[in-house]
Structure formats: C-alpha cells, structure tokens
Design a protein around this ligand. Structure first.
Ligand code: RP5
Length: 161
C-alpha cells in the first residue's frame, strides 16, 4: 500500500527542516515518502506530482519551501488533498518571506500554514497524523499516547541544571 503522507520540499537544503516532519511521523508509525519538487526549478515535476497525488494513494501532503515559497500553494491548486505548508527559514529574511508566501492564499484554495522552521515541520507531521487518525483507530490511540507522554514529561518546576 502507498504511503499516506507525502513530504515534498523545494530543495535539498530544505531537508534538515522537513526531516522534523519525517521524524515525528516515524515516531507515530505513519509511513511517508519524501521528495524534492520545486515550483520554480522543476515546474513539470510539480504539476505531475500535484495532479497525480490522490491517485498515487497519498492522503495528506506536507509541503515545505523557503523564500518565494510557492510550492505549497501551487500544490493546493492542483489537488483536493489537504496541503500543510511549512515556511522554511530563509537566509535573507529569516523565513518571514516564506511564511507570507504560503499563508496569503486566495479564498477557495486553502493551504494550512504552520510556523516557520523546525517547529512548523514537526507540527505539520503531527497534524498530518491527526487527520489520518480520524479514520484510523490504532493511529488515534498511538497519537493520544504520544501526546500524553509529552504532557507527562513537562516538569512542574524549573531546575538549575
Ligand atoms: C526554495 O528556495 C527552496 O524551497 C529553498 O528553501 C530555497 C533555497 O533553495 P536552494 O538555493 O538552497 O536550493 O525554492
């Protein structure tokens, strides 16, 4: 069976950020496929991927890009699957450019937009799992246990060390 989550990114340089989505999906036991698909450098690949994503068996797409970050929005225009956009931190503008490029979609073409950088990628992974968990009880149980573990790991008081 095909992996339910696609993690796509505009460049190899996005992988250290996008790997956070991959890591958390791995912890939750969710299969994923990671691919480089650039809206600007490989537009034909983007069209092919976006148009074929649902038929390929994907259920959720996590798309990360930096700077003029058009990949998440373009993919959202090419597929009815949910697209979660991760603004990758850019060198010049620290990811504010990426965030604004992803978040300001016109009405009718929604792109879920997460925080800039690694926190956003991690949360995109968790959110993808939450979406899949709506129709997957064992995953829902794993997700709830995972969240409870993280809650229990927060100390009530700070320490000096
Ligand atoms: C975007 O340009 C990519 O998503 C990446 O965040 C940024 C820089 O890409 P590289 O020049 O590092 O390949 O398309």
């Amino acid at each position: 069976m095909a992996a339910p989550v696609a993690i796509v990114m505009g460049s190899q340089s996005d992988w250290p950020t996008m790997r956070c989505a991959a890591d958390v999906l791995g912890e939750l036991g969710v299969e994923f496929e990671a691919r480089i698909v650039s809206a600007h450098r490989t537009p034909e690949r983007m069209f092919e991927f976006g148009r074929g994503a649902a038929d390929a068996g994907f259920k959720v797409i996590i798309a990360g890009a930096g700077g003029a970050a058009h990949l998440p929005g373009m993919l959202a225009s090419l597929t009815h699957l949910p697209v979660l956009g991760v603004p990758v931190k850019s060198k010049a503008l620290k990811g504010l450019d990426s965030l604004l490029s992803i978040v300001q979609m016109p009405a009718g073409v929604p792109t879920g937009t997460l925080a800039i950088g690694e926190a956003g990628a991690t949360n995109a992974g968790i959110l993808a799992a939450s979406i899949l968990a709506l129709s997957d009880d064992p995953l829902s149980q794993r997700l709830q246990a995972w969240r409870a573990e993280r809650t229990a790991a927060v100390a009530e008081r700070p320490t000096d060390s």
